[in-house]
Ligand binder design. Structure first.
Ligand code: HEM
Ligand SMILES: *[C@@H]1O[C@H](CO)[C@@H](O)[C@H](O)[C@H]1NC(C)=O
Ligand SMILES: *[C@@H]1O[C@H](CO)[C@@H](O)[C@H](O)[C@H]1NC(C)=O
Ligand SMILES: *[C@@H]1O[C@H](CO)[C@@H](O)[C@H](O)[C@H]1NC(C)=O
Length: 343
């Protein structure tokens, strides 16, 4: 009796919560800016091509932002926000500090878009468009991007720290992490294929070269000649900021990454584990190593799925990707001055 009386308001609260969450979820669609900013996709592509001409690696660095943005409370541009005196930024989270880069390319895209159609294109959508263009510009597949995301009002360093995987992660931990976001084993392996482009620091691999799992020994799942090359790149006690390509062709988006994993030439532990430690991921690695088109199709599908992860909280279209619109400083110049003042 008491339970039934008590359950009425509870149901009402639940319904209200569900409706609110639902209302905030945005309907994403292809061609979202066709009326309001028809040149948006062209502008993004142009700035990305210019960035690549300046520095080949930059497009890989921008592509990585989609992963680090979408996994932490959905694709909401939160990873782009600078820390403020009251809000630690995701940029300073463990997986990001001294590692995420090329934020200035996103700034350049945003400035070009604000000039053409002010207040229209979200930073979250910029990341999604730019990631696709990075893959196309380096020889990978293309796909249609669904747009219409809002930018978050806040970022969460704490959530990034608790969610983003370590380069030490093993296959079963990665499968679990991705499954929690509705991403399959195939999605995990395909998306890891993003490491076909870009670079990583010695910081991210020295443990597996010299002390894998505290053994005092290297990871046994390493081709001997490749290990010698990595030892030379990242000597014990050397400069851990030195970087190396994660596959043999780090400027080309291709299935070399998977061929390398099969040959025990994976760069990160989280790469090699997909071949060496788990039968489910190994099967997919082998398939992609032999069939680049299968990899390309699965990669595009994975990027689209990852790009659908949403932040249900209220958002806005930021004017400057680094700060919320209610910040005392929103122009690039003001933001720079504000940062100097407060830190
Ligand atoms: C599966 C779990 C993943 C782990 C554990 C992981 C880890 C890492 C690490 C440790 C680095 C190098 C960081 C450094 O040393 O500074 C890196 C680089 C990179 N990651 Fe991942 N990653 C994962 C998945 C992904 C996904 C899903 C994408 C994108 C779709 C991605 C894109 C990239 C790119 C492009 C780079 C190179 C960036 C550059 O050159 O600046 N990664 N990743
Ligand atoms: C994988 O990593 C998880 C989390 O660090 C750990 O609990 C588990 O024992 C590891 N599994 C294997 C097979 O090494
Ligand atoms: C995963 O999918 C289920 C069923 O479609 C859905 O209820 C849930 O919200 C999704 N989770 C995420 C993190 O998107
Ligand atoms: C290797 O790692 C283990 C456990 O993390 C640690 O106790 C040990 O001191 C390390 N050995 C070296 C040589 O760094």
């Amino acid at each position: 009796m008491a339970a039934r009386c008590g359950s009425l308001p509870l149901v009402a609260v639940l319904v209200a919560l569900l409706c609110r969450a639902e209302a905030a979820v945005r309907e994403l669609k292809v061609g979202y800016y066709a009326e309001t900013c028809p040149e948006a996709e062209g502008i993004v592509r142009e700035v990305m091509a210019r960035a690549r001409a300046r520095e080949a690696r930059s497009v890989a660095s921008v592509m990585r932002l989609q992963f680090h943005d979408c996994f932490v409370n959905g694709c909401d541009g939160s990873v782009l926000m600078d820390a403020t005196p009251t809000m630690p930024g995701e940029k300073d989270a463990l997986s990001n500090i001294n590692s995420l880069r090329s934020f200035e390319v996103v700034d350049e895209i945003k400035e070009a878009l604000e000039e053409r159609c002010p207040g229209v294109v979200s930073c979250a959508d910029i990341v999604i468009m730019a990631a696709r263009d990075a893959v196309v510009l380096t020889g990978g597949p293309s796909w249609e991007v669904r747009l219409g995301r809002d930018d978050s009002l806040t970022a969460s360093q704490e959530d990034s720290d608790s969610i983003m995987p370590s380069p030490r992660a093993n296959a079963s931990a990665l499968i679990r992490l991705f499954a929690g976001l509705n991403l399959s084993v195939t999605d995990l392996v395909a998306l890891s294929g993003s490491h076909s482009i870009g670079e990583a620091r010695c910081f991210s691999i020295v443990f597996r070269l010299y002390n894998q799992s505290g053994s005092g020994r290297p990871d046994p799942h390493m081709d001997a000649a490749y290990r010698c090359a990595l030892d030379a790149l990242c000597p014990k006690g050397g400069d851990e900021e030195v970087t190396g390509g994660m596959d043999a062709t780090p400027r080309a988006f291709d299935n070399q990454y998977f061929k390398d994993l099969v040959a025990l030439r994976g760069f990160l532990n989280s790469d090699q584990t997909l071949f060496s430690d788990n039968a489910r991921t190994r099967r997919v690695v082998k398939r992609f190593s032999k069939d680049q088109n299968a990899f390309f199709r699965a990669f595009a599908e994975g990027m689209i799925k990852m790009g659908e992860l949403q932040n249900p909280r209220k958002g806005e279209i930021r004017r400057n990707c680094r700060v919320a619109n209610n910040s005392p400083a929103t122009t690039p110049k003001e933001v720079a001055a504000y940062r100097v003042m407060d830190f």
